[in-house]
Write a protein that binds this ligand. Structure first.
Ligand code: PEP
Ligand code: MG
Length: 603
């Protein structure tokens, strides 16, 4: 295959698509600089508000549609846009421009949006970059209405044939309108696994590749394209053998799915008798049922940020306690690990008045926010304490870098326990409090942290980002985000050793645990608890039941000596290949659906 026919991006929604390209140059309408007579200014302001109302109606309709086609979480993306389009400060700014400068409503709106866009784009903040997509979507919607034009959405269900949409950027609004019958693939130049459009494409089951540099220049309208939404590979005008190969891949995937289904109820024990605990990561209520169905032995990571998604206020203590009870009830007798709010980085919901930061991932996030805002943190702690009565509910703290952070939380928990008791409220007798090991500082201090923690859970997503200095959401750096890097392996060994020396359990809850080769490595390093996205559980179980612990240990020992992530992968492939048909776990073929880490849609 020559390189001129090949493009590579980040596979964000699995599946293989083959169809003609529909290249979409999705630009803004030309807005002329137009002024209005003084006597017409009030009418112009009214026109602005009418257009905003119509935009809200349109967004509401979209939200409904997404609710039916995708789910609650996805529909919240539009709640965020609905809030944004009605932002009183922004609209007051537009009104001022109309009145003071006698500008037409669309000209004033464009000016104001441009001002905001420049501010956000130059802030260097990942959080605001995500918001730019929302801004683009609402700006387009309102300006088109003001100019009396209708949206040109060529893929809204009227297409007669199948296409792969190629665009510079896909907004959630565009993605959700795609008709799965007609759009069999998506390619965009911008976007990462955690962008809203990627999350939606995945929920809608449309194979998608994002972060494809130069796609608009390289792909011609009508050109035949083959894309693999898992590997991120795109082939222009594929040959017959290339198409045959893609078909084989699909068949292989189907075969594996059947095999995995058959093993769902079998115990997670290696052929040489090591029992593993395979738990589920639950980000949304919709994932509880799949986690149960896929045989999760409890929840190793209950992300709680969704409780704040698209909401204008923080949910009450009772609402949170009810949710925690509901999750625990789905896993009777098994642990459920509630992670306290991990806000910040790219996750700042509307309820939160987040500051602008140049480096949000190194900024005010996670436990730092919670400790600074006891009025948000204390109700969550109380909710966990109340829901823990008679249940194995545990509490886990994200982004710990210092021992005193854990001590402060422990003190706060004791205060809340005492207050609840004094109020006659039943509380969990002993609450296990654990720490996420997801910063190099926490690894270095693992022995000291172990002395004040009831358990550890390694967050390999952040640990990799902070260790290798690779933004986990940056498409351009995706090939540098390697969880098998020797620098990560050494840290994993340190953490495992510190935990076992202190006699506390340690698990892995980052995406690494759901990647087949890495799962064997983790087993070999001595980790017996792994927590993964529910769709990854069946394959993980097959691996556990196929690869003896002794073989995993031997492979891990060799991997620790390796110099590069590639060498580590080769060692692991060889070790697994002796026990399992490698074709089944070939990343180009047969993995079950990848579930991107949840991002809270920002508003
Ligand atoms: C991690 O960082 O590995 C992790 C599990 O947490 P999150 O992906 O939610 O940051
Ligand atoms: Mg993390």
């Amino acid at each position: 295959m020559t390189d001129s026919r090949r493009l590579v991006g980040v596979g964000v929604s699995p599946g293989v698509g083959f169809a003609a390209a529909m290249v979409v140059h999705w630009g803004f309408p030309e807005v002329p600089d137009r002024t209005v007579e003084e006597s017409d200014l009030e009418a112009e302001v009214l026109r602005l508000h009418a257009a905003v109302r119509e935009a809200v109606d349109g967004l509401e309709a979209l939200r409904e549609r997404v609710l039916v086609r995708a789910g609650v979480e996805e529909s919240r993306i539009f709640e965020a846009q609905i809030l944004m389009v009605q932002d009183p400060d922004f609209l007051a700014g537009v009104e001022l421009l109309i009145r003071k400068n006698q500008l037409s409503a669309e000209t004033a709106y464009e000016f104001k949006a441009l001002e905001l866009r420049n501010l956000w784009a130059s802030s260097g903040s990942a959080q605001l970059r995500e918001r730019l997509t929302d801004l683009t979507a609402i700006q387009r919607r309102v300006v088109l209405k003001l100019m009396g034009q209708t949206e040109r959405e060529p893929w809204s269900g009227t297409l007669g044939e199948q296409v792969i949409v190629v665009a510079h950027e896909l907004s959630p609004g565009l993605t959700v309108q795609l008709d799965r019958e007609h759009v069999v693939g998506l390619i965009s130049e911008e976007g990462t696994r955690t962008s809203h459009a990627a999350i939606l494409a995945h929920s809608l089951g449309i194979p998608a590749v994002m972060g494809v540099a130069g796609a608009l220049q390289r792909v011609r309208d009508g050109q035949m394209i083959l894309l693999d939404g898992r590997t991120g590979e795109i082939i222009l005008e594929p040959t017959r053998p290339e198409l045959e190969e893609a078909k084989t891949r699909l068949h292989r995937r189907h075969r594996l799915e059947l095999k995995l289904e058959a093993g769902l109820s079998a115990p997670a024990v290696t052929p040489d008798g090591r029992a593993m605990s395979l738990r589920g990561n639950v980000d949304l209520p919709e994932e509880i049922e799949p986690a149960v169905r896929h045989g999760a032995a409890g929840v190793g990571l209950l992300r709680t940020e969704f409780l704040l998604t698209g909401r204008a206020v923080v949910p009450s203590e009772t609402e949170q306690a009810d949710y925690f009870r509901r999750v625990a009830q789905a896993f009777p007798g098994q642990p459920v690990v509630v992670r306290t709010f991990d806000l910040g980085g790219d996750k700042f919901p509307a309820a939160f008045d987040a500051p602008l930061e140049a480096n949000p991932f190194l900024g005010w996030r996670s436990i730092r926010v919670c400790l600074d805002h006891p009025e948000i943190f204390r109700p969550q702690v109380r909710a966990v304490l109340r829901a823990a009565v008679g249940r194995d509910l545990r509490m886990m703290l994200p982004l710990i870098t210092r021992v005193d952070e854990v001590l402060r939380v422990r003190e706060l928990v004791e205060q809340e326990r005492a207050a609840l008791r004094a109020a006659g409220e039943p509380v969990g007798e002993r609450l296990s409090i654990g720490v996420m090991i997801e910063t190099p500082a926490a690894v270095i201090l693992a022995d000291r942290l172990a002395a004040v923690s009831d358990f550890f859970s390694v967050g390999t997503n952040d640990l990799t980002q902070y260790t290798l200095c690779v933004d986990r959401g940056n498409a351009r750096l995706a090939d540098r985000f390697r969880t098998e890097d020797p620098a990560i392996l050494r840290q994993l060994r340190t953490v495992q050793q510190a935990a076992s020396a202190a006699g506390i359990p340690v698990s892995i809850c980052g995406e690494m645990a759901s990647e087949p080769l890495s799962a064997v490595l983790l087993m070999g390093l001595g980790f017996v608890e792994l927590s993964v996205a529910p769709p990854a559980l069946p394959l993980l179980k097959l691996i556990v039941r196929s690869v003896p612990a002794a073989a995993a240990e031997a492979a891990a020992a060799r991997a620790l000596e390796a110099g590069t992530a590639d060498e580590v992968r080769e060692i692991l492939r060889a070790a697994i290949g002796a026990h399992l048909d490698l074709a089944l776990i070939d990343p180009a073929g047969a993995l079950p659906a990848y579930r991107p880490p949840t991002t809270i849609p920002s508003t």
